[in-house]
Design a protein around this ligand. Structure first.
Ligand code: LLP
Length: 423
């Protein structure tokens, strides 16, 4: 398979489009997604797990653009949601509620009610307190709540940053493994709670299948104990976290992962749910940004671009590495070690530090790779910046999936004491 966003004849391409042409049409900065890359990643994942009844519940937080959601729905995906906003997006994108699972440590009663009324597949419940609250909401509206308990398996999975590890005892996520059985027993006695499954999620950007095997063994042990007590489940949800290649390394081998997981789950007769986010969309996106200035300051050279932490926060928030290359490389241009920084008034505002880069000139375009996941969705309006446009390329077809924000968008919803309303 050709790698996503190849350089052909000295030009960067997205599908059958020249990236430079997209910027001429839609401006900079610009998020560009290749629908073909998303579809291949989805199919690769889906095929790997063909040996067991499964649902790929795409993790909407990775990229919740409506065009991308509706394409994933068309491929057969369900979704993992964490807010009423994501519920709304999924329903509007055509996902049937029965293919949605709702995770998160802080669901509000309003969110529980909306999801119950929609008829979602299950709530992945993260505490006894939440379980109780959910039972009460279910009683109030007269609809029993389908639940899975999210187990904190106390496993430390290797991820690039502590902020993306969720499976160990010291995080806020999940129910401690030694409390899980008593909560299932309690739930089994509640008429307004329907036990459906068991859930675990150990972290994000994991490249090795083994920690999933540990987590699976833990939850299947619990499922077996529950079964022996007459509490039967429909599904086991192994969460998400399957890593991609930020620095040119191989993405998680979902085939190896499936070889470990499929036989064990198939033996139990349970349905398998997986919640991939980054694996599906991560490599399918670039952020194109224009070089505003090249500034030499003491021993350092700064390439100042029109994007920074407001467009892509991963470098400054998680020390995330994103490959950067010119959209139209200049033949014979020198390479130098530079910091690629944004215009935001923060020292932590950078896209790359101490990076060897072909020296760009003012007005050149750079492509920041592997930003399809946790890129635009984490963008902000800090410094009163307008969020960039997003385009989806499918071969030669281009969809402006989100127009660039306008200055009026920035004020919308605000009001003054004198009654002025900005709309
Ligand atoms: N399921 C649950 C319960 C999750 O918490 C997450 C991610 C996923 C699935 C999807 O994980 P994925 O397959 O995309 O790794 N903003 C961070 C990542 C935060 C992940 C949060 N939870 C980053 O940019 O690396």
């Amino acid at each position: 398979m050709t790698p996503p966003f190849p350089l052909i004849d000295g030009e960067l391409w997205a599908g059958d489009c020249r990236v430079a042409d997209l910027v001429t049409e839609f401006g900079s900065p610009l998020y560009v997604y290749d629908a073909g890359v998303i579809e291949s990643a989805y199919r690769r994942f889906d095929d790997a797990f063909a040996g067991v009844d499964h649902l790929l519940a795409y993790s909407v937080k990775a990229n919740s653009n409506m065009e991308i959601l509706s394409r994933l729905r068309a491929l057969g995906a369900g979704a993992d949601i964490v807010s009423r906003g994501e519920l709304h997006r999924c329903l509007r994108a055509g996902f049937p509620a029965k293919d949605l699972v709702f995770a998160g440590v802080g669901k509000t009663e309003e969110e529980m009610e909306e999801a119950l009324e929609a008829g979602i597949l299950a709530f992945n419940v993260e505490s006894g307190e939440e379980l109780e609250a959910l039972g009460q909401v279910a009683k109030r509206i007269g609809t029993p709540a389908p639940v899975a308990l999210r187990v904190n398996p106390d496993i430390v999975a290797d991820t690039p940053h502590e902020y993306t590890r969720t499976g160990h005892g010291a995080t806020k996520f999940g129910i401690p493994v030694d409390r899980v059985l008593e909560l299932y027993r309690w739930a089994a006695d509640q008429p307004m709670l329907e036990i459906r499954g068991i859930d675990v999620h150990i972290g994000s950007q994991i490249l090795e299948p083994t920690p999933y095997q540990w987590a699976l063994d833990r939850v299947l042990d619990l499922a077996a104990t529950l079964h022996a007590e007459g509490i039967d489940l429909d599904f086991v949800d192994l969460g998400g976290g399957f890593g991609v290649g930020y620095e040119g390394e191989e993405a998680m081998s979902v085939e190896e992962l499936a070889a470990l997981v499929v036989p064990k789950v198939a033996e139990t007769g349970l349905r398998l749910i997986l919640e991939p986010g980054r694996f599906i969309v991560g490599e399918a996106g670039i952020l194109v940004t224009e070089v505003l200035y090249v500034k030499r300051s003491g021993s350092k050279t700064f390439v100042i671009t029109d994007s920074g932490m407001t467009e892509l926060i991963r470098p400054s928030h998680y020390q995330g590495f994103h490959r950067i290359e010119p959209v139209s490389p200049r033949e014979g241009a020198a390479h130098e070690v530079v910091d690629v920084v944004g215009p935001i008034c923060e020292t932590g505002d950078f896209l790359a530090r101490d990076r060897m880069l072909q020296m760009p000139e003012q007005g050149d375009l750079l492509a920041v790779h592997t930003v399809g996941a946790y890129g635009f969705v984490m963008a902000s309006n800090y410094n009163a910046r307008t969020k960039p446009a997003e385009v989806v390329v499918d071969g030669a077809d281009v969809t402006l999936a989100r127009r660039r924000e306008t200055l009026d968008d920035l004020l919308r919803g605000e009001a003054l004491a004198d009654g002025t309303i900005f709309s």
